[in-house]
Design a protein around this ligand. Structure first.
Ligand code: SF4
Length: 356
């Protein structure tokens, strides 16, 4: 276990390092606007900084403030998230904006406990928003920070387990309690995130450059590769589907996905449990599915299952009527403005270029 002296000093060392080596020019830094901070924190969940930057800038250009986002239809919001994945984040973001406008006068609550009550905002995100926007002194525990604390304190067990996570939170609270009263919460919070992203990385961390190396338990014991401990193995089930790319006259048939589910609220291609069911649906509309329409199967991995997608490319000279209310024929040139899941966009892009 790291020494008490090491813990007392942790926050100051992180701050000093952040000012020297940390990231200070990201588009969501150097602002106290909770709206911009909140947006960045939600986008950065499960997603790398480099991927988030263009999405963040595009989103802000279209929805520059809370009111604009709350006033928009969800249908207008989703295209600005398409490709980032984890679409519940976008739906919650939109819902949260509406709750803030109707219940909080269009302002973020002034402390992390109240912020954590809002849709889609957990304890760590609430603390990060409050630290960056108001300088609130409360700890964070995102994926990067979990890794730093797990190694620094030599915490055993998978950090996703409730007991292990609880221990990490109490260590983070202890580190803050022992820090000076005038601690710069922006530098500290950002510093922990940066340490995890830049030095205390997955695989082999760069301990030689780390400001915490002198008191780090994982370094002392040579356990950097072993900590954090991995998720106990569980097998992810495989699912299969046939996906219909029905197109003709520069249009493609798309289907709106239900709000709940993996691609909730996005537009996708019609999906069937088997190629036989896809063929039956086509035949019922008088459409012939040629054997040559079968494309190479590929796998898309979700958190809870692997989806084996068998795409079928079928051209129809006459646009048939949509056979489900959620379906619509969409011109190829409009696809860039529509929220499509990444694998569907990947399938349609070559076709769009061909039809253009
Ligand atoms: S010394 Fe190494 S393992 Fe320990 S916190 Fe720093 S980078 Fe991570």
């Amino acid at each position: 276990m790291a020494s008490t002296l090491g813990i007392a000093d942790l926050a100051m060392r992180v701050c000093a390092w952040q000012r020297r080596q940390g990231r200070r020019h990201l588009p969501w830094q150097n602002t106290r606007d909770p709206y911009r901070i909140w947006l960045s924190e939600i986008m950065l969940q499960q997603t790398q900084v480099g991927t988030v930057i263009p999405y963040y800038l595009r989103f802000l250009e279209r929805f520059p403030d809370l009111q604009t986002l709350a006033d928009a239809d969800q249908e207008d919001v989703m295209p600005y998230w398409a490709g980032l994945g984890y679409y519940a984040r976008a739906r919650n973001l939109h819902r949260c904006a509406q709750v803030l406008v109707t219940d909080h006068g269009g302002r973020f609550p002034a402390d992390s406990l109240a912020i954590a009550e809002l849709p889609g905002i957990g304890r760590s995100t609430a603390s990060a928003i409050a630290a960056f926007a108001y300088g609130e002194r409360s700890p964070i525990m995102d994926g990067n920070v979990k890794r730093v604390f797990t190694r620094f304190f030599g915490v055993r067990g998978y950090p996703g387990l409730r007991a292990v996570e609880k221990r990490l939170w109490s260590l983070a609270e202890a580190a803050l309690e022992l820090a000076p009263v005038d601690l710069d919460m922006t530098a500290y919070t950002q510093g922990l995130m940066d340490l995890g992203a830049q030095l205390c990385t997955r695989g082999i961390p760069k301990c030689e450059a780390c400001p915490l190396a002198g008191d780090c338990e994982a370094k002392r014991l040579g356990l950097q590769r072993e900590l954090p401990e991995p998720r106990p193995r569980r097998s992810i089930p495989d699912r299969h589907c046939a996906m219909l790319i029905l197109h003709g006259n520069n249009h493609v048939l798309l289907e709106k996905q239900p709000q709940t589910g993996v691609w909730g609220g996005l537009w996708s291609l019609p999906r069937f449990d088997s190629p036989q069911m896809l063929e039956q649906a086509c035949i019922s509309q008088g459409i012939v599915v040629p054997d040559s329409g079968r494309m190479a199967t590929f796998v898309h991995t979700f958190t809870h299952f692997r989806l084996h997608i068998e795409p079928w490319l079928v051209e129809t000279p006459q646009r048939v009527a949509e056979w489900l209310p959620e379906q619509t024929w969409t011109p190829f040139e409009q696809l860039t403005h529509i929220a499509l899941p990444a694998p569907v966009r990947m399938l349609l892009e070559p076709l769009s270029e061909r039809e253009a």
